[in-house]
Write a protein that binds this ligand. Structure first.
Ligand code: GLU
Length: 490
């Protein structure tokens, strides 16, 4: 049974990278009929941000990514919030100390800062490890009595005791085997002065106790993998499989996707609103379309780019995960959204997002489905519904200057008068036949009729299919709009 986990730290809102990690974990679990866990890694009290855990729950709920086990619904391996697992970590750190795999260190921050300064000047870098740990104040060099005394004072951390000069082999499903010499590593702090575990320690203990089979996370954690491997070895545990997902780059491909870049170039980086920033939801993205785009950041979907969550669950394939950074493309994200919107049946679209269609419904009543049918293909975002519905609701506010220029050569008074007659005498749905015939008699092209009518009714040369639009508007509205154009443009 595969068990995977999404393990965010509640240090702010979920961003695109975090949501992608959640999605890939979820897809992996569903693909393998496994279990998807949400674990909140909140051991760093100084970085905790109020409201971010709720935000994570709400964003996953918006996206329909439902954890099987999480801090609110619980599960067999809880608690799922690390701040509630302190006793567990205390037990496990003791095991490492008893087995000489970890030790107490009493160095003050000033002492460490001085050592760091000197090492940086002399060697270009500082590492607290087998090479120099004797020079520091820790239980490996002090007597039992001295150690006990200092522990009593309470001002200590617990560090991992790394061996000197051994090969640490790690394996990643995307990158294969990675080999690091332990001299490159540090005796990482496992327990902090405040009695809380560090990320590395809590993460490994929890992944083991929660029976995680595959760890799927962002590439930024790859450098930590050898330390994690050493921790698994220290406990004598088998490590899970690992899959590190490629970085998400900003649209220029230079550097990581950032909120600053999003603010500057007008695209959201959060799924939902956070403080003064709007998210994908508020910008009119469908959650399934947002996920479908995000899935493409690092996963080559192949020919079939447009997929529902269920389809992605079936087709998710570790082998199709790329190593190289994935460039974010907002235009593509919008295109994917447009494809999802277009694929909706009208009534389901209205049922699923009723609020967006309230005004249109008020204007067209029982012709709502027809009206939505006309605008649906034109929507890129749900937020476009307002602008696209406008011609069903309001007479044009003003005429689009470019469109007026394009019809400048047409005799609007004459064409308009003929159109008026045609509208009065014919069913609106048969207006094309009339234009055809009347056009032949008066040597007026079909295009001239259509353009005048379109500018009159919509205010510009764009807009939904014209004749069906007129049949929804009815003759009174069509004539009123036509007369106005004639009077203003003749
Ligand atoms: N808490 C880490 C984060 O915020 C999780 C890293 C991991 O998945 O191991 O990204």
């Amino acid at each position: 049974m595969e068990r995977v986990r999404f393990a965010p730290s509640p240090t702010g809102p979920l961003h695109i990278g975090g949501l992608r990690t959640a999605l890939f974990n979820y897809l992996y679990a569903r693909k393998h009929n496994g279990v998807f866990i949400l674990r909140v890694e909140d051991t760093d009290q100084t970085r905790k941000v109020e409201g971010s855990e709720e935000y994570i729950h709400q964003s996953l709920a918006w996206c329909n990514i439902t954890p099987d086990e999480d801090p609110t619904k619980g599960g067999e391996f809880g608690p799922y919030r690390q701040s509630e697992r302190k006793e567990i970590y205390a037990d496990y750190i003791q095991k490492l100390i008893d087995n000489d795999k970890a030790y107490y260190a009493f160095d003050s921050s000033e002492e460490l800062a001085t050592a760091r300064d000197i090492a940086e000047k002399e060697k270009g870098g500082f590492k607290y490890n087998a090479e120099n740990r004797n020079a520091f104040k820790n239980s490996l060099g002090l007597t039992q009595q001295e150690t006990a005394q200092l522990i009593e004072e309470g001002n200590y951390v617990i560090r991992l005791k790394t061996e000197s000069d051994i090969d640490v082999l790690t394996s990643d499903l995307v990158r294969g085997t990675v080999r690091v010499n332990s001299n490159e590593l540090e005796d990482k702090i496992l327990m902090k002065k405040d009695g809380m575990p560090t990320y590395h320690f809590a993460n490994v203990v929890d992944d083991h106790l929660m029976k995680i089979t595959t760890v799927i996370r962002g590439e930024e954690w790859l450098p930590s993998l050898p330390i994690h491997q050493l921790l698994y070895d220290a406990f004598g545990w088998d490590a899970p499989k690992f899959m590190h997902l490629p970085l998400i780059l900003n649209p220029s491909g230079k550097g990581k996707l950032s909120k600053r870049d999003g603010d500057k170039n007008g695209y959201p980086v959060f799924p939902m609103a956070w403080n003064e920033s709007t998210g994908y939801k508020e910008n009119g993205f469908l959650p399934q379309a947002h996920l479908n785009y995000i899935a493409q950041l690092g996963w080559s979907l192949g020919e079939k780019e447009i997929m529902s969550l269920e389809e992605m669950e079936k087709t998710f394939d570790v082998k199709a995960i790329q190593k190289g950074g994935a460039r974010f493309d907002y235009e593509k994200a919008k295109w994917v959204n447009q494809q999802h919107l277009a694929a909706f049946g009208e009534s389901i679209l209205i049922e699923t997002y009723p609020n967006y269609f309230d005004k249109l419904k008020e204007a067209v009543g029982d012709k709502l489905i027809d009206a939505v049918g006309l605008i649906k293909e034109r929507l890129v975002l749900l937020n476009d519904v307002d602008a696209e519905s406008d011609c069903f609701i309001n007479d044009p506010n003003e005429y689009d200057a470019k469109s007026i220029k394009r019809i400048a050569k047409i005799d609007v008074a004459n064409v308009g008068a003929l159109l008026k007659k045609g509208i009065l005498k014919n069913e609106l749905s048969e207006l094309k036949d009339f234009m055809q015939q009347c056009g032949e008699e008066n040597e007026i092209g079909m295009g001239a009729f259509m353009q005048v009518l379109r500018v009159a009714v919509v205010g510009s040369l764009s807009g939904p299919n014209l004749i069906p639009l007129l049949t929804i508007l009815g003759k009174d509205v069509t004539l009123r709009r036509l007369e106005r154009l004639i009077s203003e443009q003749s």
